[in-house]
Design a protein around this ligand. Structure first.
Ligand code: IPM
Ligand code: MG
Length: 352
């Protein structure tokens, strides 16, 4: 298979981890005789420094013309004082909105090899956690009308039926392929947009009779995630609630450096990135954990290219390297073998 992948390393540890992702792409290309080519683009703080804007047109165009995008991370203290339209994070919103990536998949999996890293009590996590957060990504308060004057500021959360319906359907489809449990999270006791959201879920539900649906207010969901996370399988929710709950879900797996994500358009085109940030304090020091990015490559192969065997091969390689006791600093515990970013990438490539 021939595919062209746009690389957007971004800031901080972004370049360190994307490099390892590319290593894995090459290993897969060799093993399975694919032809993967790449082009690199700037976005975020590096783009602000070199071109004065967070998302240059050439970057968005290059990404649109590719078959899939692999992104590292954007942002850092250097650009934190800029006004919001000039912040590196704006690049992410521009990429998501500009490419119609409305469906964000954030799996939160507790790897059995890392169960000691989970901050919850053993009786709460039982034999593991595997939650899929399906977050709406191009609507809601992130993209609503906003404004500010000297003494007042506002952001608006608006959703159309169409926007809710397409993400909710994704939630149902994913639930059908997993344990057929879907929890829709909203704040329908307060927000109009959430009442509309809930109505749409209730209407669409009849088309997926095999899926059991529950509705939960977001404050309760935040509590239930630490009280009894095993009640959840697939969570579908709006942009902002999904932002918050996916961080919480990732933390209960204890290993934010391990978790990948996919941001998908209607036609399966996608941008793939680790869910962690740019960690500027460890950038360029060969300390970052590349596994979230490597698992994001696996998601790209699975969701955008339908290369299922290849995606499984990457996930199995990661698992076997963890089985052998190799750990980057963020997931290191006594008795394990500590390795740096590039060695971890090499080990996973070799395991492939
Ligand atoms: C995320 C991040 C972004 C978001 C930021 C960096 C704009 O927190 O991908 O979850 O809020 O969506
Ligand atoms: Mg976030």
């Amino acid at each position: 298979m021939k595919k062209h992948i746009a690389l957007v390393p971004g800031d901080g540890i972004g370049p360190d981890i994307v490099r390892e992702g590319v290593k894995i792409l090459s290993a897969i290309a060799e093993k399975f005789s694919h032809d993967f080519t790449t082009s690199s683009y700037v976005a975020g703080g590096v783009a602000l420094d070199s071109e004065g804007i967070p998302l240059p047109e050439a970057t968005l165009d290059g990404c649109k013309q590719s078959d899939g995008v692999l992104l590292g991370a954007v942002g850092g203290p250097k650009w934190d004082t800029l006004p919001s339209h000039l912040r590196p994070e704006k690049a992410l919103l521009g990429l998501r909105g500009g490419m119609g990536l409305f469906c964000n998949l954030r799996p939160a999996i507790l790897y059995k090899q890392l169960s000691g890293a989970c901050p919850l009590k053993r009786e709460i996590i039982g034999d593991g956690l595997d939650i899929m957060v399906v977050r709406e990504l191009t609507g809601g308060i992130y993209f609503g009308e906003r404004g500010r004057s000297e003494d007042r500021a506002y952001d608006t959360m608006a959703y159309t039926v169409t926007e809710v319906e397409r993400i909710v359907r994704k939630g149902f489809e994913i639930a059908q392929k997993r344990s057929k449990l879907l929890c829709s999270v909203d704040k329908a006791n307060i927000l109009n947009s959430s009442q509309l959201w809930r109505e749409v879920v209730q209407r669409v539900q009849s088309e997926y009779p095999d899926v059991e649906v529950s509705h939960m207010y977001v404050d309760n969901a935040a509590m239930q995630l630490v009280r009894n996370p095993r009640q959840f399988d697939v969570i579908v929710t709006s942009n902002m609630f999904g932002d918050i709950l996916s961080d919480e879900a990732s933390q209960i797996t204890g290993s934010i450096g391990m978790l990948p994500s996919a941001s998908l358009a209607e036609d399966g085109f996608g941008m793939y990135e680790p869910i962690h940030g740019s960690a500027p304090d460890i950038a360029g020091k060969d300390l970052a954990n590349p596994i979230a990015t490597i698992l994001s490559v696996a998601m790209m192969l699975r969701y955008s290219f339908s290369l299922f065997e290849e995606a499984d091969a990457i996930e199995n390689a990661v698992s076997s390297v963890l089985d052998e006791g190799y750990r980057t600093a963020d997931i290191y515990t006594d008795g394990m073998k500590k390795v740096g970013t590039s060695e971890m990438g090499n080990l996973i490539a070799q395991a492939l």
